[in-house]
Design a protein around this ligand. Structure first.
Ligand code: SF4
Length: 381
């Protein structure tokens, strides 16, 4: 069954490391955006947006077939990302989720910024069908948090998780970033200690992306010092931080099921698994992506273009996709006979280098392969 992604690219501030098409916009633009979002969701034809479920399996090369083609089109997961959809006005959130069919969904996630969660807000989320909250914590260390432009503290996060639990939120994710300015092995361990105390069901660990789309990345590329750019750990240090997180989180019962994602058994993100397993999902809002089993579509990237109805793009799914998307999962993929043949040389090279392993027809990355996954994926594109 399908997933639904809803983009809400409005934030209270622009974080220094953030390279998303999100930010602070005038209130009037936010109003027009919600109206455009509601129009897009309400006009969506749920009955005919995918081909049959068989074509989903065939196109993606997946050994998955469902008996009921109609079921494959209806949403079973919803993900509100951004941006900070947790800051959406109560009536807007209600209207947006009322436009999505099939409630109750098996998983409905909202991304929220620590420091913004009240009991009233959390209860409203639950009443709207939300059962999972993803908190953009990034770090529990005050100096690191301040350099990102965020204002929360570890104590605020702890209090707000209690608020979420009391409201009936079943699952909490905490996002962390390895590679923030001022981060050391000791401060990273402090953040991981907080994970041990707060016992979230799910943790995402992202490595800082250094590119010109964020203020911090731009400063690092230019060799500058603003936003603490001169005090960011180098690539090798970030790799050590990541490995430390893998070991610590696994010791806490949070197994790595995807390169950046860790969960207690049964708490893996059902929605995000659809991306990696090439199952269909429909995206709404600025910069939202959709995949119907054959075609990938992307909405306009900027809020202005989206409201103006321009900037959409579409392209056919690439046959090598499931290698570089599916191999992100620790469960690996099960290539078809002709795929083993087509990629024989590359697979043997990576086997010899200890970057991938095979067993019973499954191909997966090794722990070493995870660290250089982009090199492996590039070979299969
Ligand atoms: S990191 Fe999150 S809260 Fe910060 S600007 Fe980006 S989308 Fe907004």
């Amino acid at each position: 069954m399908a997933g639904v992604y809803i983009s809400y690219p409005f934030c209270a501030q622009k974080c220094t490391y953030c390279n998303f098409a999100s930010g602070v916009f005038p209130r009037a633009l936010e109003r027009r955006y919600v109206d455009a979002l509601l129009r897009e969701i309400r006009a969506f034809d749920w009955d005919s947006w995918t081909g049959s479920s068989r074509s989903v399996g065939e196109t993606a090369g997946l050994a998955v077939e469902t008996a009921c083609p109609t079921a494959a089109r209806l949403p079973e997961t919803v993900y509100l990302g951004g941006g900070t959809p947790g800051n959406m006005a109560a009536e807007d959130l209600r209207a947006v989720l009322d436009a999505v069919p099939e409630r109750p969904w098996i998983e409905a996630t909202i991304e929220a910024a620590p420091g913004s969660i009240t009991g009233e807000r959390a209860r409203h989320w639950v009443a709207c069908g939300i059962n999972r909250v993803s908190l953009g914590v990034q770090s529990f260390v005050e100096q690191e948090i301040r350099r990102t432009g965020r204002k929360h503290t570890a104590q605020i996060v702890a209090r707000e998780i209690e608020v979420l639990r009391a409201a009936g939120i079943a699952s909490v994710n905490i996002d962390l970033i390895a590679g923030l300015s001022g981060q050391t092995e000791a401060s990273w361990r402090e953040s991981l200690d907080w994970i041990g105390r707060l016992e979230p069901e799910h943790v995402s660990v992202y490595m800082l992306e250094v590119d010109a789309d964020s203020r911090l990345g731009k400063e690092m590329l230019a060799g500058g010092a603003r936003y603490g750019a001169a005090e960011t750990p180098d690539e090798d240090q970030v790799a050590v931080l990541y490995e430390t997180a893998v070991a610590r989180l696994e010791a806490l019962g949070l197994g790595r099921y995807e390169i950046s994602n860790f969960a207690r058994p049964g708490s893996e993100s059902r929605h995000n698994l659809k991306y990696w397993r090439l199952e269909p999902y429909a995206g709404f809002g600025a910069d939202a992506h959709s995949f119907d089993g054959k075609m990938r579509r992307r909405n306009a990237e900027t809020v202005e273009e989206y409201i103006g109805g321009t900037g959409q793009a579409a392209e056919a799914a690439h046959e090598g996709e499931r290698f570089f998307v599916g191999l992100r999962l620790m469960e690996g993929i099960r290539p078809a006979a002709e795929e083993w043949q087509r990629h024989d040389a590359a697979i043997h090279r990576f086997l010899d280098a200890g970057l991938v392993e095979t067993a019973d027809g499954v191909l997966r990355l090794t722990s070493r392969g995870v660290l250089v996954s982009n090199v492996v994926f590039a070979e299969f594109v």
